[in-house]
Write a protein that binds this ligand. Sequence first.
Ligand code: UT7
Length: 344
Amino acid sequence: MTVSARITGTGRYLPERILTNQDLERMVETSDQWIRERTGIRERRIAADHETSSSMGAEAARAALASAELDPREVDLVIAGTCTPDGMFPAVASRIQYAIGAPHAAAFDVNSACNGFLSAISTATQFIGTGAAQHAVVLGTETMSRILDWSDRTTCVLFGDGAGAVVLEAAQPGEPGRVEAPLLRSDGSQASLLYATGPCTPGQAGIEAEARLVMDGRAVFRSAVNAMADICSDAIAAAGLTVDDIALCVPHQANERILAATAKQLGLPMERVFMNLDRYGNTSSATIPIALSEASDEGRLQPGDRVLLTAFGGGLSWGAMVLEWSGVRAPLATAAVAAGARAS
Ligand code: UT7
């Protein structure tokens, strides 16, 4: 399936507080060397007490709208990928829809954990493809720090907080910009490998319950490499392309070793794989839109480029798609907004 849809704006928001590997050495039995060598992560951002997935998402959405030079009143769809909502409901997307001033927009969340952004943008693509929406804001936004067990060294060193957003619009005839082969997969039989408990978990103490992330890292690692390599091959083939046509892969940022093994299996050189996990760790559904925003601001994406997106996470769920990049309208706006957010 190919839909004429273009990303006209990208934005991101990272909380100001930095938690380094050295900071973690003082919290659990770990070392900077272990974390760097096993994951590639050096530091991650942690939300302030007043920040939530919706407040960070609203900042990222505003930056994306500025970069798309789009009036929020033109937005008719807001979809947020998140597995760390402010509360059970209302949806994070509804809170963002209000915060950015988009009174005409439908708004809902999708939760497929780290694959949330790909599920969200696949859904928005269908809305645009059928004409049901013209201008969508699509996000990944997460406050992972609130569901981590900070005494569990096997998980707490991996994750961070942040938000990324894109504006996705219908491409007019003759304009560049396509979403090709959005593929999504799930294997619920492997749910126990990566999950988070919450107030609706049987046996939990209702509203007293705390959300807690649990992961069998080694098993998830093995599944992630094979699943992402396979679905990327399928998406590239479904788009009628070969791996040589891919200008840049912007993958979910969980572990540098996972990305290297996946790229090797695909035959994709690492120079064409975008990575920023050294600075942010795994921000779950937010990794891809944050990375897209940085890649765009750094000039690593040119109009006409074929861009491969892929993710893997709890569910298990995973996905891939190929974008024909159209170029954002005001590329530096996001950098200015993100820098302003960092400085504030
Ligand atoms: O976002 C999608 C979902 N998440 C992922 O994709 C993550 C997938 N998994 C991974 O990235 C990796 O499996 C980890 C980074 C989580 C772990 O790396 P690993 O190379 O698979 O290590 P391991 O789990 O096999 O553990 C090796 C050793 C163990 O000690 P023993 O049993 O060999 O004595 C662990 O107890 O490393 C130990 N270890 C640590 N040591 C220092 C585990 N965590 C830590 C730590 N610091 N933080």
